[in-house]
Design a protein around this ligand. Sequence first.
Ligand code: RNT
Ligand code: ZN
Length: 423
Amino acid sequence: MTEPNSEKIELAFRLARERYAELGENVDQAIQQLLSISISVHCWQGDDVRGFENSGQSLGGGLAVSGNYPGKARSADELRQDLEKVYSLVPGRHRLNLHAMYGELRGKKVDRDEIDIEHFENWISWAQANGLGLDFNPTFFSHPRADDGFTLSHVDSSIRQFWIEHGIRCRKIGAAMGAALGSPCITNFWTPDGFKDTPVDRKAPRERLLASLDEIFRVPHPSEFNLDSLESKLFGIGSESYTTGSHEFYLGYAITRQKMLCLDSGHFHPTESIADKISSVLQFVPRLLLHVSRGVRWDSDHVVTWTDDLQSIAQELVRGGFLDRTSIGLDYFDASINRIAAWVIGIRSLQKALLCALLEPTPHLRQTEQLGDFTARLAIQEEVKSLPFGAIWDHVCDSRNVPTGSALLDTLKSYDADILQRR
Ligand code: RNT
Ligand code: ZN
């Protein structure tokens, strides 16, 4: 690939903008809308979902990371250094999504039911300095008390109590993050609870999960500081037959408690797309969180690429006018390639899908549908796919000093050589 220069990029952009204008599309407006979307970047791509507790505990919760590419972040400072690189390679202002196990415990043994705001102070001041919002997640895995596959729905009440306390503390930390940064923190709850083999009692664990969650959410936090969200999963490795927190469970819970629902695009049957769920779920819950991921066979967490599935999600958000009520996060981990590249490729793919959706001549398409002209609807849908989108994207990057084309890979390669290979 040769590096496009700014002059050529601008020339191509002007022609492309005209082409979109002929279809009634305002390109400048679409770009502004794209730049107003903050993506919540998941911290756990940088260190293979390890965290900084240094407990020697292996990754649990049915999560699996494969690959051993050199240079994973070994400390919060290294992770922050990598993240700064990531944010410099994508247009727009974004957020960071932290997990509780990424607290800085300063060499002390602080268990999950003891963590507090002080352990996230560095993260908060770094986010302030870098103009980032923060989101948060309690960590209900990679811990001795989660080793038998159950946490909030555990049959043992002392184990449930331990995790309830963890959940309560995480919401408090989330609210502190939101208050410090002037932007609500979304605290997202996902538990791995489930059975490997066919359960006899599907009901009792769900009753226990419901009671545990009600206990965690008993104390309200102002919505300008913290928003609670719940994430379902169809199955995990080692919990193939049953998960307590199924889609129906959390859908019902989120609706009745008016919480956010998190739809992870890798957490459903392989032919089921979350794109179709957005307009249904948003009839009933106040806000949605998306964990954008890419499922491949049994794995729900491949690096996000610009697939039809991703494009449909972006189209639904734009066509339905749902961007205001949806927070978009990423959730995947790949240790077989440069981890910074994995982050950047996923974020940029998501942004391309969003920009492409924002550039769609939706009113025209909608009209064909209303008139029952499905031939025109199909013909236009297919024609739109080959509009000169790339010229618009290159302009977005180039005009914001973000590398595009071969320059992107060059930047990633030098960071690899200078930093990652030396760790
Ligand atoms: C697991 C869920 C969950 C996690 C993160 C690390 O399947 O998707 O969101 O990936 O919390
Ligand atoms: Zn997820």
